[in-house]
Design a protein. Structure first.
Length: 471
């Protein structure tokens, strides 16, 4: 057992181990360098985005979740240029609070001005509809194609229906800038020219039967909350044998509507090889601030839900105070009470939308309120014995010693050791008073020892005080 020996007010600590300290010139600098190396490829790519064409492609890849770095939050800040005003582009890379780069600071790409490019703007405007039109390969989908309106763009459906099993049909969509519109000088685009069969082949019918339930589910997803839930639930895109499910989901934002549909395509060399892919309905998704808030706080609320000790609560508070925990347009309120040896502590975080922020209108979301037992540490033990220890250290006469013993109901017999377990719960106090000869000073020994199985037994440290004084 370790002992803290206090002799005439001095403190010596006897520890049967050796500690090794590894010094480092600047650990923060090293952490920052490691973080910079981790994001280098994506940072370089972001720095090179200087045109609307490359900015729009970056946005597409970002929405398709192709731009990601483990333990890093990537925030795209792209203001689309218009025919009368330049835009801007930059990306912010922020270490997650609990990830391997959590000691590093955020890094921003260069802030690049983006000039308006009419062709790039036109391509961006029609991109989602063009991709969907390229997937129209069956009669049922072609018959029911109804493109969403695009401002200043005329969309025409060039569809020749198949009239017999021997005579195929054809489908193609054309996108043409309207006269006097903002894309007037852009070059028109057309989708792929796809052959449409009069009726499905036997294997095509089997393919569509296999995807029928999932297709119906995807067709029914028309709001933000359901779209987010589907994207989270689609863990295995190959859950239908012989089929790959490709999710096309662009989350709605405070400014823009989102888009949701799913493409069912046969796997290479699978049981439906040779069949045509089938897209679900293309549904526009309206922004819901409650769903957006829920998504924005997902990682932080998971962390808060798992805080079940005093140490973890203190660490969360420290990270918040240092600015490591922050979410755009969200007020984070931390509500926790410290535990004591006699009372439980509690911890909860409330995430509230800021007034006039992008989540305005959403209700606050609370983490689970966790109660936790107190974990006894050295400072608890020291606090328990502190007052009595200080009194003992001030004893300078036999009169003061007798008053001390009387106050705490301690045995004051001479030249013997006595124990008392009633003064401080969980602590045995042993004392001894004596002198070797009537001409020599008195000595008074007091020892604080955690009781085995008591509330401080895990501390395992004794504290001793020896006082010497004349009569």
């Amino acid at each position: 057992m370790k002992k803290l020996l206090m002799l005439l007010g001095s403190l010596s600590i006897i520890v049967g181990s050796v500690s090794t300290v590894i010094a480092c010139d600047n650990p923060t600098s090293i952490a920052q360098s490691i973080f910079e190396n981790a994001i280098k490829t994506e940072l370089d790519r972001a720095n090179e985005v200087t045109t609307q064409l490359t900015a729009e492609q970056y946005k597409i890849d970002f929405n398709d979740n192709k731009i990601k770095v483990e333990d890093v939050i990537i925030e795209l800040n792209y203001i689309v240029p218009t025919h009368d005003q330049s835009g801007s582009f930059h990306v912010v890379f922020t270490p997650t609070v609990v990830g391997k780069y959590n000691q590093a600071k955020e890094i921003k790409s260069s802030y690049n001005a983006i000039d308006y490019d009419v062709q790039a703007a036109f391509e961006a405007a029609i991109n989602d509809e063009l991709i969907y039109a390229n997937e129209i390969k069956t009669r049922n989908v072609a018959d029911n194609y109804n493109p969403a309106p695009i401002s200043d763009v005329e969309i025409s459906k060039n569809y020749v229906e198949p009239i017999s099993p021997e005579i195929d049909g054809q489908f193609q969509a054309a996108f043409t800038p309207t006269k006097s519109g903002i894309y007037e000088k852009a070059t028109p685009r057309v989708s792929s020219s796809n052959i449409i069969k009069y009726e499905n082949s036997g294997i095509q019918k089997k393919f569509e039967a296999a995807i029928d339930d999932e297709l119906a589910l995807a067709n029914g997803i028309m709001n933000h909350d359901k779209a987010e839930q589907y994207s989270q639930d689609l863990v295995d895109p190959y859950k239908i044998p012989g089929v790959k499910i490709i999710l096309k989901y662009i989350s709605p934002t405070f400014q823009d509507k989102g888009l949701f549909y799913v493409i069912f395509t046969p796997t290479a060399n699978g049981i439906y090889k040779g069949t045509d892919s089938v897209p679900s309905q293309k549904n526009q998704i309206k922004y819901q601030p409650q769903t957006a808030l829920k998504k924005a706080i997902k990682e932080e609320i998971q962390r808060a839900n798992n805080i079940k000790t005093e140490i973890a609560a203190e660490k969360y508070q420290k990270d918040f105070d240092s600015g490591k925990i922050k979410i755009r347009d969200v007020e984070i309120g931390i509500y926790w009470t410290s535990s004591t040896p006699k009372t439980k502590g509690s911890f909860q975080v409330v995430f509230s939308p800021k007034t006039n922020g992008i989540y305005q209108g959403a209700y606050p979301i609370r983490s689970i309120k966790n109660d936790y037992e107190h974990i006894i540490v050295l400072k608890d033990y020291e606090k328990a014995i502190e007052a009595m220890k200080k009194e003992a250290e001030r004893i300078d006469s036999i009169t003061e010693q007798k008053a001390f013993s009387k106050k705490y109901n301690l045995d004051n017999s001479i030249n013997s050791v006595h124990g008392n377990r009633d003064v401080i719960p969980g602590v045995e106090i042993r004392t001894a008073l004596g002198r070797d000869h009537t001409t020599l000073p008195w000595y008074y020994w007091i020892n604080f020892k955690p009781i085995s199985g008591g509330i401080y037994s895990s501390v395992g440290i004794e504290v001793e005080i020896i006082r010497q004084f004349k009569g």
